[in-house]
Ligand binder design. Structure first.
Ligand code: HEC
Length: 262
């Protein structure tokens, strides 16, 4: 190899190198890309309805494995007893009940979401739910909304902008305002409140990551309880329980000594 050949070979290599580099610069073209390292780009695969010699019957679409139980079969229909457990969970797993999972029931005439007025019937509102709601509310909401729900939490007092509303504001009781709707409160808890001018920004943070649907409804029930604590009257209490609320508050019993009182 003489010098001229060597120079030419080097030059050729340099040109190829440069071309390869420019090829990696992300320039767009209509031609299919050159594949220097095809990796797994073009895998062998069977397309639907195609045939294959791999299986004795020549079908690439395989029938279900013997003894597979269709989702939803249960002992009630004389099928596999274990399937009943899954069938019972089906609605939850598929989030089938829209209202329960969104708080929304269709749309208003103007196209805005129609929030449900009351907590869905599928959500029991009992002592257990209220205690759960109180527990979650105290953790996630009090910093801003305050333990009483008057919007005087520590963060609010420190000057949070915008102003944290009090649940006793008239708008929360005005049936023409979304704020009066359980579904809307549920939605605000799960998704936060978008700024009217700039919906990308939330003026109240979303708590969907921390409060699942059941917990969010429990918090709604507790917010209603806080409201009732100020708006309710003795007449709202069942007659049999009214006496307990009259007169002096009962003294709080002393905490028993650990290991049993002497
Ligand atoms: C970081 C402070 C903060 C926390 C924590 C917080 N909120 Fe809020 N919340 C706000 C502010 C601020 C507003 C008013 C937003 C506005 O007017 O744009 C608001 C508004 C609301 C509203 C009324 C929505 C409306 O349309 O005005 C509801 C209902 C509400 N919060 C419930 C809750 C509940 C329940 C929790 C707990 C899960 C919670 N918030 C946690 C700051 C907070």
């Amino acid at each position: 190899m003489n010098t001229q050949h060597t120079t030419r070979a080097l030059l050729t290599l340099a040109v190829i190198g440069a071309a390869a580099l420019t090829g990696c610069r992300g320039t767009r073209e209509d031609e299919p890309p050159r594949q220097f390292f095809p990796d797994m780009d073009d895998q062998m695969k069977w397309t639907p309805q195609s045939s294959s010699e791999m299986f004795a019957d020549g079908r690439t679409l395989r029938p279900v494995v013997p003894n597979t139980v269709a989702w939803g079969r249960s002992s009630a229909t004389g099928e596999e007893p274990w399937a009943g457990h899954w069938k019972a969970m089906r609605g939850d797993l598929l989030k089938a009940d829209d209202v329960f999972y969104t708080g929304v029931e269709g749309k208003n005439a103007d196209g805005t979401p129609k929030y449900v007025r009351t907590i869905p019937k599928t959500m029991p509102v009992d002592v257990e739910t209220l205690l759960r709601g109180q527990d979650r509310y105290n953790i996630y909401c009090t910093a801003c909304h305050g333990y009483a729900g008057d919007g005087q939490g520590m963060v609010a007092k420190a000057g949070y902008n915008p102003v944290v509303p009090s649940y006793f504001d008239a708008t929360f009781f005005d049936s023409t305002n979304n704020r009066s709707l359980d579904g809307y409160i549920f939605h605000t808890i799960r998704h936060g409140k978008p700024d009217a001018a700039n919906p990308e920004v939330l003026t109240m943070p979303a708590y969907g990551h921390a409060l699942n649907e059941r917990d969010a409804w429990a918090v709604v029930a507790y917010v209603r309880t806080l409201q009732a604590s100020r708006t309710g009257t003795l007449a709202d209490v069942p007659a049999s329980k009214q006496d307990a609320l009259k007169g002096k508050p009962k003294p709080i019993p002393a905490t028993p000594a650990p290991g049993g009182a002497p």
